[in-house]
Design a protein around this ligand. Structure first.
Ligand code: FAD
Length: 385
């Protein structure tokens, strides 16, 4: 899509280079295999080395841990371009970066950082973030998984549901109730009593492996406890905040891909003896979608620059996640309609984005939850319960 608002003028040379190189790679090498991967529900592991060599895994981490020490806007741009391919690819990157490397870096001991972070940036150690349970993802404080202190470590018991990447991950961050509130622990896939199974029959994010995690008397050594999570649920929420930031950028990437494809399609499509793009109602749809995409991109960039300065509160990220997901889902549905019957075919990509965006709209805080966060900011009243 053209840079209508001239936002590129506000990006550095390094940011433009990163964005354009990911974009080129995504359209040349990733997108062509997405329809089959989606239909067959296969995660394309072959892209992991490329994500690593492009510096996307650990993009914000300091170089001493294998990271690229880049900033928030660079991370956002990477998310935006990756989600043009598929929300599952961006989700994988969000989980690895924001939900797993971030808490290990922020809340882990130096020993545990050295043990896992360099391998994670190389894509040699895949990870998951285990917070949600059957009891309700919108109310994570109510989680039932327990961690009991035992000699030399902790014993974990419980079940997690809807956990991205868990069936193929090497390690996971598990959030569990202790005698002193909710804390984070690193669990390795070969720990006895640990099991992660793919949830079948999913019609969204089919490329990602999203699973159910069972923890049956899993012994986790003291070294794998994240001591900085003494802040309780707010430590888990700080990870979600990082991920939601990337989701806001990613969702507009998916919307842009839908829009570009639909505009090109309509210009080519002849109906009633003329171009479909010449009809007034169709132009209204296009103008609305183009406007929303431009507004969302501008919002994201401003948020990113504020985040880089430490001036982006969580409520701003909630607003961005809410805005980008609502618009992206709406745009994907409108594009699906404008493509007519072709809109339901994976060949045209739009329905895949649309189905994926149903998950993106729900995970990491539903649309309702983000409205309530913004509502609380505006009114001072907490309306969650
Ligand atoms: C594909 C996918 C991948 C995921 N990956 C992960 C992951 O990697 N790790 C992880 O921990 N979780 C993950 N999740 C879980 C996700 O974060 C939760 O599904 C989400 O938080 C919603 O929780 P829930 O499904 O239990 O819905 P519920 O909390 O039961 O919500 C159901 C409905 O009620 C509404 N609602 C809830 N509370 C209120 C309220 N107080 N006021 C008004 N409305 C309300 C919600 O907005 C929603 O519409 C994933 C989910 C999906 C679909």
């Amino acid at each position: 899509m053209e840079d209508f608002l001239k936002l590129d003028d506000q990006l550095s040379k390094d940011e433009l280079k990163l964005r354009d190189s990911i974009n080129k790679w995504v359209y040349a090498d990733v997108i062509p295999s997405m329809p089959d991967a989606f239909e067959q529900s296969v995660f394309p592991k072959e892209i992991i080395p490329r994500l690593s060599s492009a510096g996307i895994l650990g993009i914000k981490l300091p170089k001493e841990y294998g990271g690229r020490a880049m900033k928030d806007v660079a991370y956002g741009l990477a998310c935006q371009e990756l989600e043009k391919a598929d929300s599952a690819i961006r989700s994988f990157v969000s989980i690895q970066n924001s939900l797993c490397m971030f808490p290990i870096f922020k809340y882990g001991t130096e020993e545990i950082k050295q043990k896992f972070l360099p391998k994670m940036t190389k894509g040699e150690c895949l990870s998951f973030f285990g917070l949600t349970e059957e009891s309700g993802g919108s109310d994570p404080s109510n989680l039932q998984t327990t961690a009991k202190k035992v000699s030399g470590g902790w014993e974990l018991n419980g079940n997690k549901k809807w956990i991205g990447i868990s069936p193929i991950a090497d390690i996971g961050i598990i959030w569990a109730q202790t005698d002193h509130g909710i804390r984070g622990f690193i669990v390795e896939k070969n720990f006895e009593g640990f099991e992660a199974k793919d949830i079948p029959q999913r019609m969204s994010l089919r490329i990602a492996k999203v699973g159910e995690v069972k923890l049956n008397k899993v012994f986790v050594p003291d070294s794998h406890f994240l001591p900085g999570t003494e802040k309780g649920i707010s430590a888990a929420l700080s990870c979600l905040n990082e991920a939601r930031y990337g989701i806001a950028w990613g969702a507009v990437g998916a919307a842009t891909d839908c829009f570009d494809r639909t505009l090109a399609y309509l210009k080519d499509r002849e109906l009633f003896g003329k171009s479909a793009a010449s009809f007034q109602l169709i132009q209204k749809e296009l103008a609305d979608m183009f406007t929303e995409i431009n507004k969302t991109q501008a919002f994201n960039l401003q948020m990113g620059r504020l985040k880089e300065k430490g001036e982006c509160p969580p409520v701003m990220i909630s607003m961005a996640k809410m805005n980008a997901c609502k618009n992206a889902l709406d745009i994907s549905r409108r594009c699906r309609d404008l493509l007519g019957a072709n809109g339901i075919s994976l060949e045209y990509h739009v329905i895949r984005h649309m189905l994926n965006l149903e998950s993106v709209y729900t995970y990491e805080g539903t649309d309702n939850i983000h409205h309530l966060i913004v509502g609380q900011y505006l009114t001072g009243h907490k309306a969650f319960c």
